[in-house]
Design a protein around this ligand. Structure first.
Ligand code: ADP
Length: 493
């Protein structure tokens, strides 16, 4: 198949969260299976064009937007190409993408995000034509690409070049929908007849994600449990009705892990590698992590790691409610995160009060993220909701026990050790209550202090396999179903 994977962020070029990891791994897996794949994302200012030898391959492609034709260039990475069947292409348009960040600055979205991602979505059609690449599938991701299926069905389906193309959208997070004023219809140059509540309108606004959900041929999300949750008012963020209507075309496919990047036996970002056969490097990583975070190493004091966007979704208010109780439980915390100011303030205050118990870095640091996975004993994710979550799966491979709330992908991947000694791989609670969180951390620490065979457990969790192979097969089967070629769906889901 010829597949186009359109995404607002992709590792190793750009990243704010898990979507970038998925975009960097799933298309490669699809290409490894013999499909021809194009990954398409914006050329942000932060993309390292020198390192990856990213050069222009097409100049002056004209894209209709806001009643005019915008001239854009297409760049391609020549040096980063894990498989000859895959190409990483970038939309270059300085006016829209040569900015400090991907989506906004100082806790505020860029005011023209509708235009930026409208242009991005529309450009894919002009770019593919100029390259002569007729896609079988356009795989969209999140609200930033939600208008792609609309363009395909309402404008480009008349074009014989795209008559056989099918689209699919993956929801990585229901809470970010891309809601804009109605005049955006004119910017996107879409017919106003689509601005009604059964199509693009959402309470007087234009909703990019809703548009994608309605106009795509299939919808996926990143875990089975989240696929169920988002059909309820609690997790559907107002679009549960749309999803209920499309439930026959909604699939939950768990994200995988790119073990060429996230595995301590090959991880070149670690000061010392380790593996199931020889765990000694893990202790070294712990020592170095603590040193780096300004904390002293104590042989028997467990370390709880946190790496996260600091947003309400991630559940850290539960931690703050516990106040000093959480710091008197006999563990140290290492925290890496960035996001909402209120969390920055809370964590900074905690750090000031307990400098010997908390190591804190407010920012984005990929190397430190790897070291935290390796050097921690536990990894904390008390999420309010979690579509899939990657860090709990990374933690397993690094022999670090996840402590999670049982929602979305966290529930699908983590089995409580106290409930199932044979298959358990972490610690889990359900009620969104600080007392529950505290009890669960206490259980985990008791296990750390009392379990004689802890190394056996560490080795066991390191052997859990969440590689992309299985999930990529599911995506491929779904694409084939959309193309009316084959129906392996029932065997795979
Ligand atoms: P989400 O996509 O909701 O942010 P995921 O668990 O799916 O959550 O993915 C988060 C990804 O982003 C992981 O790869 C994690 O290591 C990384 N990450 C999050 N915050 C930071 C940070 N401050 N520094 C480095 N990496 C981070």
């Amino acid at each position: 198949m010829k597949i186009v994977f359109i995404t607002p962020e992709v590792v190793p070029f750009s990243k704010t969260g898990g979507l970038a990891d998925v975009s960097g791994a799933l298309p490669v897996e699809l290409a490894n299976a013999g499909n021809d794949v194009i990954v398409y994302s914006p050329l942000y200012k932060s993309v390292d064009t020198r390192k990856y030898n990213i050069v222009p391959v097409k100049r002056s492609i004209f894209v209709p937007i806001s009643g005019r034709m915008e001239s854009v260039d297409i760049y391609e990475s020549l040096d980063y190409r894990p498989n000859p069947h895959i190409r990483f292409l970038f939309l270059s348009c300085e006016k829209y993408f040569k900015r400090e960040n991907l989506y906004g600055e100082g806790n505020k979205d860029y005011p023209d995000n509708h235009e930026r991602f409208g242009l991005f979505s529309r450009s894919i059609f002009e770019v593919l034509k100029s390259l002569g690449f007729t896609p079988d599938i356009i795989h969209c991701n999140d609200w930033q690409t939600g208008i792609v299926p609309v363009y395909l069905k309402c404008i480009y389906s008349q074009d014989s070049f795209y008559s056989g193309t099918r689209s699919l959208i993956t929801i990585h997070n229901m809470a970010y929908q891309g809601l804009f004023d109605s005049y955006t219809m004119d910017i996107l140059m879409l017919p106003w007849s689509l601005f009604n509540y059964r199509e693009l309108e959402y309470y007087g606004k234009l909703n990019f994600l809703k548009a994608g959900l309605i106009f795509s041929d299939a919808i996926t999300t990143v875990s089975k449990k989240y696929a169920e949750e988002i059909r309820t008012p609690e997790y559907g963020c107002g679009l549960e009705g749309v999803l209920e209507e499309r439930k026959n075309n909604l699939y939950g496919i768990l994200n995988g892990v790119d073990y060429s990047v996230w595995d301590p036996s090959v991880d070149s970002l670690l000061p010392q590698k380790y593996s199931v056969k020889d765990l000694s490097g893990k202790k070294e990583c712990k020592k170095l992590l603590l040193k780096k975070m300004g904390l002293t190493y104590e042989e028997n004091t467990p370390v709880i790691g946190i790496i996260s966007r600091l947003a309400d979704q991630k559940g850290f208010d539960l931690l703050f409610e516990l106040k000093e109780r959480i710091l008197n439980i006999g563990a140290k915390f290492v925290i890496l995160g960035t996001g909402d100011k209120k969390y920055h303030d809370h964590f900074t205050e905690l750090k000031e009060r307990y400098p010997d118990k908390i190591g804190l870095l407010l920012g984005f640091d990929n190397t430190l993220a790897h070291l935290i996975e390796a050097g921690s004993d536990f990894f904390l994710m008390p999420s309010r909701y979690e579509p899939c979550g990657l860090n709990q799966m990374y933690s397993l491979r690094y022999g670090t026990f996840p402590i999670v709330r049982g929602v979305g992908g966290l529930d699908d991947t983590i089995i409580d050790i106290d409930t199932d000694r044979e298959k358990g791989n972490g610690f889990k609670f359900y009620d969104y209550k600080s007392e529950e969180l505290l009890r669960t951390i206490e259980r985990a620490l008791r296990f750390y202090r009392e379990e004689k065979a802890i190394e056996k457990f560490i080795r066991r969790i390191m052997e859990f396999d969440f590689s992309w192979t299985v999930s990529a097969k599911k995506y491929a089967a779904l694409y084939e179903k959309l193309l009316g070629r084959d129906n392996r769906i029932s065997q795979l889901f």
